[in-house]
Design a protein. Sequence first.
Length: 367
Amino acid sequence: MTNWIKRKKTKPVKVGNVFVGGTNPISVQSMTNTNTCDVVSTVKQINDLKLAGADIVRVSVPGFDEAKAFKEIKKTVDIPLVADIHFDYKIALEVADSADCLRINPGNIGKENKIKEVINSAIDNGIPIRVGVNAGSLEKDLQKKYGEPNADALVESALRHVEILDRFNFENYKMSLKASNIEMTVDAYRKISKIIEQPLHLGITEAGSYRAGTVKSSIGVGMLLSEGIGDTIRISLASDPIDEIKIGWDILKSLNIRSRGVKIIACPSCSRQNFNVIEVVNELEHRLENISDDIEVAIIGCYVNGPGESKAANIGLTGASPNNLLYIDGAPNKKISNENIVDELEEQIRLKISLNKAKSEKIILRS
């Protein structure tokens, strides 16, 4: 992967065993949507999210029953958990010894002695705080001052929380400034990134349905990442949380920031295609979802762009008549017919991954 993006260096924070910020990999996270008190269902969803590629998972803790459940959940999973808390500082104190991070805004806690208790608890347990500013819940005086949410209002709100943390000499935090509007969100992150050195948690909040939310998030989060802004991402969709992880990884892969699993390059198909590209790609993507190893696969329906794309991929398929041409590591390997084309491709991809693993293990043993 090329380093075409000049990333802004931030002060790293540690969320469980995941470092966020600095030169550390940009992490992907999501949030459970189960009833937190349903420990079994929540644990299952967390494990499913981890399997899909989540680095960090956030869990809502609105009350003390959920705080008790959170502690049980934490004992069962082995992925960093963020406790999402609003307003009641006592809940933060209750889960601080089991959470890997507290998502709570100091300005919403109330009196200064309460804020101090939460900060001291975070210090004692060695965990960071995530400050999250949202356009839908700006302070009333800022709503009156600006008339409607905008980037400057988000930044001013964020800096109020920062000022509180600075007053207690607490620097172990990360920050998010989210809106459902792309322009507002991007502008706010650009501005705050010039002011603070703490890691930034990116996202377009309440982005919408799977399709619309994916487009909005890809544009907004992608713009910021391409400018070197951002240290962890959450794609907010009205969809299965696993979809958020998949889209998050797709954004990182598309920007050559991180790589995980099978990256499929495919033509949009036209009348020149020698096999049904769309059917092959969809079926192959479904079959290979469980693969986390990095591999690039090119599936091109005809001989116009096929050879060039296939030569650049680990595995390539170029449509041709009477038989299609399979490439491995840039070189023509063999011809395959349209019959059982997906089975053949899957077999070759899994074989290639197996050979790569064996090669890596030999290198490790030699060293």
